[in-house]
Design a protein around this ligand. Sequence first.
Ligand code: ATP
Length: 722
Amino acid sequence: MEEEKKKHEEQDIIRLVKENDQINREKLALKQELELARKAYEDCCVKMETKAKGAEQELEVRLKDVMHLLTESRKRVNELEAYSESKNLHWKKKEHIYQRFTEFQLGALQELRLASQSIKQDILETQKSYLDEFHRLEKSYKTLVDASENYYAVVAENRKLHNEVQELKGNIRVYCRIRPFLPGQMGKESTIEHIGENGELNVLNSSKQGKDGHQLFKFNKVYGPDTTQAEVYSDIQPLIRSVLDGYNACIFAYGQTGSGKTYTMTGPDGASEEEWGVNYRALNDLFHISQTRRKIFAYEIELQMVEIYNEQVRDLLSSDAVPDASLHPVKSTSDVVDLIELGLRNRAMAATALNERSSRSHSVVTIHVHGIDMKTSTSLRGSLHLVDLAGSERVDRSEVTGDRLKEAQHINKSLAALGDVIFALSQKSPHIPYRNSKLTQVLQNSLGGHAKTLMFVQLNPDLHSYAETTSTLKFAERVSGVELGAAQSNKQNGEIKDLMEQVASLKDIIAKKDEEIERLQLLKEPKSVHQHVNSEKHVYGSSSPRKNFIGGIPPQTLKLSGGNGSGLTEAASDHHNCLDYSDKDSELSPRQSFDMFKHQKEPVRQSKPARGNRGRNISVDSEILGFGDTENKDTLSGISCSGLSAGPDIDRLAESNHSSKGVKPLENTDKVKFAQRTPRAPPRPHKSSASLKKSASGSSLSGLSKSSSGSNLSTKASKRWQ
Ligand SMILES: Nc1ncnc2c1ncn2[C@@H]1O[C@H](COP(=O)(O)OP(=O)(O)OP(=O)(O)O)[C@@H](O)[C@H]1O
């Protein structure tokens, strides 16, 4: 045990020794470690010291800098303090000023407030008085409006009544149209000063001072330069449509060259439908209205285009450039279109051939209408003449010479003749010199008959045309004063037609009896009567008036178309107007011939025996047809004493006169001889004629017996229409 104890002790000692060794070794290692740590510490201290020295030096430098900055800053602060002090003083001053200003403004504001209050007060007072005044004015205005409405109603009523009076008197209506300045004429001075709403027109000549520079005219209507073709047409449409009710109407355009006559009547070259003039619109309109009435009326419409030329102009035209003057039936819309195209073609053709057309001829478009009322068999006949007159320019202004001068003088002569007719009509003269020119013959029925007549006065607004403008307007004024009498419709019922035919056949019998009596007279008094009959033969080519009238002309060529349907009446008026007149007068100035007429008329009329009447009528009719019209140089196409009513056959007769074919022309001198100097056979009692005449007049157609040749024409005319 002890041993074991010892052993344990020994083992403890060994373990302790080992542990001691271990501790020693660890002590050594720790010593070494400590040494290393101490060395490292010392190195670190050295480094730290070195670093601290560097830092200290650096801090010293920085401290110096900071000190310097501090000094600078203090300086700057001082400066800023000084600046701020001065600014402070400045702002204080300003503040003071503003304060004073504000005080002043407040004072002013206060004053303004007071002023505004008093103004407000004034305004309120003014407003009140204004309202009172306004109410008073409103009342007055209402009274005025009522009065003006009444005034316009009265004016409209007056105008209507005036128009009715004019219609009853049959005044020629005058519409004035002013054309616009053409491209290239812009900036030109205008003569038109003012266009009133009721047809007033003021013209101005700026080269004249005061009153002399202004002139006032009044017409039925005045169209300004902006008026369209449609507007113009709508105004004359009722007049045109009345042709379908059996009225004769005539529309003619008058004015200087280039004033727009052709534009109004036809339209411009290559006119579109919108630009169509009166001619085309009228044809189109009449045809379409006739179609809409076709269940009540059977209408026949025919169109004729005639140019009345001066012979010199006509000679310049090739025959195919002369418009076709025949009657064209209008049966369908395509006829209307074709005729419109034909019209445009004719115009273009004539323009190519010469005719600067226009001024050198009078263009006449005639629309004949015949209608039969299907219920009552009443027949009506109306014609519409649409006349584009030659230019009315003064010859001295046109500066033409030679043939052109003669031509212009001729044109002016026919327009002067128109003026004389108008003058005679306006004076209600017993004689109207229609026969002084072809133009007035053409218009005779429209100017003197019971037609509705309207004239377009065309004006060129250029100041340069002032003289022509005023003379045109003066002429137009004279025209507007012409009273033609109320227009009459040419209606005939079936009974009258029968009676007219009876009258015609009775007149044929009279003529035959006359012939027989003459033949017997010749046999009875061969010598004395022979001389007289020869002298008549020289004029007529036969002893029988009726035969002479027809002499050499196939009866079927003596057709008349249109007219007022009472050829008898027309013939009677021709008789009245033309019978003592010969174309010799055409040589004289219209005024001279008028004077000559005044001296001749009465004696001739007094010595007028019954047969002589017929003789002179025949002479007149022969002239109308172009026989012996050697002195008047117009080429007459399609006209007769009864206006434009003669048809193409008569036209042909006129042509045959020109070509010296057909009937030998009568010399004017012979006709004058006949009218004035030929000894007349003493009046012979014609029992049979007288009784027959009586029977004709007994049929309440007293007017119809006035002219036997007239009735013959009329019968033929009515046959033609059937
Ligand atoms: N209302 C209008 N609007 C536009 N142009 C117009 C009008 N009237 C006329 N003109 C133009 O003025 C010119 C002359 O017109 P137009 O040929 O119709 O005159 P005119 O009186 O018939 O002349 P003339 O006597 O020579 O025949 C034409 O170029 C025509 O187109």
